[in-house]
Write a protein that binds this ligand. Structure first.
Ligand code: OAD
Length: 237
């Protein structure tokens, strides 16, 4: 395989687009339909928790009804093949869906949280959850009401697992960005971090992202086609 032993792959909404999950920033995307301040900020949740629960209930139900695509599966295959030869592939995802997991991925860092989990703001419990969540749903751990929230990072909150992500990038010899517009930090800054460390950087996306100029190599087209082709090529050369 390619000579690369430690690969960090950053993914965004574009990798799940071919599974039918809507992306955020295009005509008809999620942020064209909803004001993010209403549904994806701590202030929005404090002002109208029922609206926020409804937004994530819809997205959770949508997630359950879709399937991983060839891009998720190809990355999971690459992860396993690399592990067999003593290497490591880590997926750092901005996506809150579980399609990497269902596609077979195991070495995953969900930096923006997970739709399939909830958190109690009173006792700190984090639990798997695929049902709808309501304002008066009782915390299964401490029985508090009005305390449960989606286990999602909102605007203005610190992304999860940042120390681990920084370490993984620092130890990588290849950084690959797939299906992200490169417009939300800190994830959008990972390519500059990797580049400053002399790590080779590849972008795979439908179109050039905001940070496209920083990449050493670019591949443009639908993820479900381009990612498996890139994985095949990388594993053969
Ligand atoms: P965006 O919606 O900003 O960008 C999605 C990217 O995927 C765009 O550059 C598209 O061109 C590309 N794309 C669309 N369809 C594709 C396909 N079939 N194959 C490959 N690429 C495709 O989504 P993200 O970059 O993930 O955060 O957004 C980052 C964060 O902003 C999200 O995690 C979310 C959002 O607000 C929070 O909610 C905190």
């Amino acid at each position: 395989m390619s000579g690369f032993k430690k690969i960090v792959v950053l993914t965004g909404a574009g990798i799940s687009a071919d599974s039918g999950v809507p992306t955020f920033r295009h005509a008809g995307g999620i942020w064209a339909k909803y004001d993010y301040r209403d549904v994806a900020t701590p202030e929005g949740f404090a002002a109208n928790p029922a609206l926020v629960h409804e937004f994530y209930n819809l997205r959770r139900a949508g997630m359950v009804s879709v399937e991983p695509n060839a891009a998720h599966v190809a990355l999971a295959w690459m992860e396993a093949a690399l592990a067999d030869s003593g290497g490591e592939l880590t997926v750092v995802t901005q996506n809150v869906d579980d399609l990497h997991e269902r596609g077979g991925g195991r070495n995953l860092l969900h930096m923006h949280g997970e739709l399939a989990k909830i958190r109690c703001t009173k006792c700190g419990m984090v639990s798997g959850w695929l049902e709808d969540l309501f304002v008066d749903t009782v915390c299964p751990a401490c029985s508090a009401t009005r305390a449960l929230r989606p286990h999602i990072v909102w605007f203005g909150e610190m992304p999860m697992l940042m120390d681990e992500i920084t370490q993984k990038i620092a130890a990588a010899d290849l950084f690959v960005s797939i299906g992200t517009s490169g417009s939300v930090y800190p994830a959008a800054g990972f390519v500059a971090e990797a580049k400053a460390l002399g790590i080779r950087c590849i972008e795979i996306n439908l179109e050039p992202s905001d940070t496209a100029g920083l990449f050493d190599e670019t591949h443009y087209g639908p993820a479900a086609e381009i990612v498996p082709a890139w994985v095949k090529e990388a594993m053969m050369t």
